[in-house]
Design a protein around this ligand. Structure first.
Ligand code: C2G
Length: 130
């Protein structure tokens, strides 16, 4: 059994989010997703997410490719989460390239290419301009 873990805010869920989760799932037998808490998300992006954390958790948990979700409270707790869920592989988008290489002593660390031309920020900008 190969367990894959990944993390993200997944605010205003879009095709780029679905794509990385499907690709992450295909690298193993189970996919566990840490969804950033509202507090963590605010500290990363300097603005509150549009969707509150419970909605973001429910959306990600409802996907066919996702086996389990939990709330990610801190960027610095990746090691604890990896151990807690017995993850064999950590998948991150390549916008985080290199950032978590220090964890390669406890699991495989892979960075997958982001889907071009879509982001939560660009969706917010389009909606604002209508
Ligand atoms: N993503 C993607 N393509 C896009 C947009 C996002 O592949 N066009 C990926 C990101 O690389 C990330 C995941 O979708 O792997 C979730 O994206 P975000 O919600 O922006 O995640 P982020 O806030 O970067 O959270 O502990 C790390 C963080 O929680 C990552």
């Amino acid at each position: 059994m190969r367990i894959v873990i990944t993390f993200g805010t997944f605010d205003v869920f879009h095709i780029g989010h679905l794509s990385i989760l499907n690709r992450a799932r295909s690298l193993g037998d189970r996919l566990i997703v840490g969804v950033s808490s509202d507090k963590l998300s605010f500290s990363k992006k300097g603005r509150a997410p549009i969707y509150p954390q419970q909605a973001r958790l429910d959306i990600v948990a409802g996907l066919k490719c996702v086996d389990d979700v939990f709330l990610e409270e801190s960027l610095e707790m990746k090691k604890e989460y990896i151990r807690q869920f017995y993850a064999d592989v950590l998948v991150m988008g390549d916008d985080w390239g290199g950032r978590f290489d220090g964890l390669s002593d406890i699991c495989q660390v892979l960075y997958l290419p982001r889907t071009p031309s879509i982001s939560t920020t660009s969706i917010i900008e389009v909606v604002r301009s209508i």
